[in-house]
Ligand binder design. Structure first.
Ligand code: NDP
Length: 307
């Protein structure tokens, strides 16, 4: 079996078109959803993510503003900014880019965001509502994965789904969303015994681990659907030849030649493609969906908050 690619970039494009169409309708009523993005320090990856979030807002017609604070910012200073953004009516979504510098109490920051403006879905109120199966602002990456599975009409009810990773941002909300769609869900983590034995029972595997190409074909049941959340990098020819399919190898080597490294997920495509029925590529799978869902969440927060 050779797995079909689930094209996250194409599905993300459809979601963004839907958001842009609704934003245009609202603009005719002088209503513009607004997102505030806050970044502390100069982490290069965070700078790229924040830049693309602001750019996507502009492309879809949403208002956005970026608050770039110095590395030495204190918890109190950041709390003061959050309080101000919570108060401003034209700001519907507040996103504080992680990771935050060590001196900042991240939990206190995320809990200070008005749950109605919590477009990342990290606030305990939104997490609680998600657990209860109520409509709320849900963490963007897992929400995007559900959109992707639905787009490809992957049956979820009754399916055995294994989520590898139990982070608050990806693993746990992913498991909850799959559970609400009536999948039988198993959550795995670093203490799980005999992980391949558990994952080989799964009809759907979601890998959110942060370990380069860890999930090989031997973890996957013939015909399973494999979603790769991981974002890691490979920089040697040897890695590229082990991880990627023959078709992909020249492209990846060219990327390493130009940029010094190439993006790799938590799944090893070379062996998994031979067993899975569907899989998500990295890049071009889950990543684009995350940003599309952020736009959708900002629109949703605006409509719910301001009627
Ligand atoms: P975390 O580091 O918060 O969580 C990783 C999870 O993987 C933990 O629960 C950990 O277990 C588990 N884990 C680690 N090693 C193993 C192992 N050997 N076997 C089984 N489980 C293991 O990461 P995130 O959830 O934030 O992110 C996961 C990956 O997804 C990262 O690569 C990240 O960059 C990427 N990501 C991609 C996004 C996108 O838009 N594409 C968005 C968000 C994240 P334990 O709890 O026991 O430590």
């Amino acid at each position: 079996m050779t797995a079909k690619i689930m094209d996250g970039a194409a599905v993300a494009q459809q979601i963004k078109q839907r958001v842009a169409a609704r934003v245009a309708e609202l603009a005719a009523q002088n209503f513009k959803p607004g997102l505030a993005v806050v970044i502390v320090g100069a982490d290069p990856a965070s700078q790229v993510y924040v830049g693309s979030k602001v750019k996507t807002c502009e492309a879809l017609g949403l208002y956005s503003e970026k608050h770039a604070l110095p590395e030495a910012t204190t918890t109190e200073q950041l709390l003061a900014l959050i309080a101000e953004l919570n108060q401003r009516d034209e700001i519907d979504g507040i996103l504080v880019q992680s990771p935050l510098p060590a001196q900042i109490n991240a939990r206190q920051i995320y809990e200070a965001i008005d749950p109605a403006k919590d477009v990342d879905g990290f606030h305990p109120v939104n997490v609680g509502l998600l657990t209860q199966g109520q409509d709320t602002l849900v963490s963007c990456t897992p929400a995007g994965i559900i959109e992707l599975l639905d787009h490809y009409q992957i049956p979820l009810a009754g399916a055995n789904a294994v989520v590898i990773g139990r982070s608050d941002i990806v693993g746990k909300p992913m498991a909850m969303l799959l559970l609400h769609r009536h999948a039988t869900v198993t959550i795995c983590h670093s203490r799980t015994r005999d992980l391949p034995e558990v994952t080989r029972r799964a009809d759907i595997v979601v890998a959110a681990i942060g370990r380069k190409a860890m999930i090989t074909g031997e973890y996957i049941k013939e015909g399973a659907v494999v979603v790769d959340v991981g974002m890691n990098s490979a920089s040697t020819e040897k890695e590229v030849r082990t991880i990627f399919s023959d078709e992909e190898i020249p492209k990846r080597l060219e990327i390493i030649g130009k940029r010094g490294s190439t993006l790799v997920g938590d799944v090893e495509p070379r062996s998994v493609i031979e067993r899975a029925s569907y899989f998500t590529p990295v890049p071009g799978g889950v990543g684009p969906l995350t940003i599309a869902m952020l736009m959708q969440n900002t629109l949703k927060a605006a409509e719910q908050r301001r009627g």
